[in-house]
Design a protein around this ligand. Structure first.
Ligand SMILES: C[S@@+](CC[C@H](N)C(=O)[O-])C[C@H]1O[C@@H](n2cnc3c(N)ncnc32)[C@H](O)[C@@H]1O
Length: 198
């Protein structure tokens, strides 16, 4: 689901970049990936996360994708004048990635799963494109934050099939991920580093 005006304000600002920097720093400590791998980001938005991932992990290739072509245009504007070596952008639905099986060393998803009505399907898709032993870096929010009595009038999200911490954990187990590290903020969301084990 595409973002409405309110969430565009939430994600397209310098505080969000700072937050993502801190998050990627935390993720890096829990997944020592050698430079030079193939990386994918789903729901990349305006591309700030992709530049941080490139800087921190030095992949040989980072494919940054988003459902919304307007976000791709924003990303191209945001990246003008920044170092973008090895990053390529393409519009794609996280639920139907036009990518081969088992090709990525790492997949990143910052705040995207809770925008996808069939988020369990997207988890299977992420597991499909990861190599065995590949890492899934996840940042997610819970409905207690984005669908409470105030935020449900301002933000736009799918209303059915929402997930909290235990639903997410169950679906991650089902998709074949094991948790390397996680940081839960009760009623807010989670940061996690997951490994594809089966
Ligand atoms: C909350 S924003 C996060 C953007 C960026 N990752 C960030 O952290 O600033 C969610 C992004 O997911 C994208 N999105 C929504 N549904 C999607 C889907 N089914 N597949 C891929 N991207 C999707 C939206 O267009 C939006 O750019």
């Amino acid at each position: 689901m595409k973002l409405n005006w309110a969430e565009l304000l939430v994600v397209n600002n310098p505080m969000r970049v700072l937050e993502q920097r801190l998050e990627v720093g935390w993720m890096k400590k829990h997944a020592r990936l050698s430079p030079g791998g193939s990386f994918l980001e789903i729901g990349c938005g305006r591309g700030a996360g992709a530049t941080i991932i490139r800087e921190q992990f030095s992949p040989s290739f980072l494919c940054a994708t988003d459902l919304d072509p307007m976000m791709m245009n924003r990303a191209l504007r945001y990246l003008k004048g920044r170092v973008t070596r090895n990053i390529s952008f393409c519009a794609a639905d996280g639920l139907y990635l036009p990518l081969a099986d088992g090709v990525f060393d790492a997949v990143f998803g910052f705040g995207v799963l809770h925008h996808i009505p069939d988020w369990q399907g997207a988890l299977s898709e992420i597991a499909r494109v990861l190599k065995p032993g590949g890492i899934y870096f996840l940042e997610e929010l819970y409905p207690t934050l984005y669908q409470n009595f105030i935020t449900k009038h301002i933000l736009l999200h799918p209303e059915e099939n929402r997930f909290g911490a235990s639903d997410l954990q169950k679906a991650l187990d089902g998709a074949g991920f094991s948790v390397r590290a996680s940081f839960q903020l009760k009623f807010v969301g989670v940061l996690a580093v997951l490994e594809k084990v089966s």
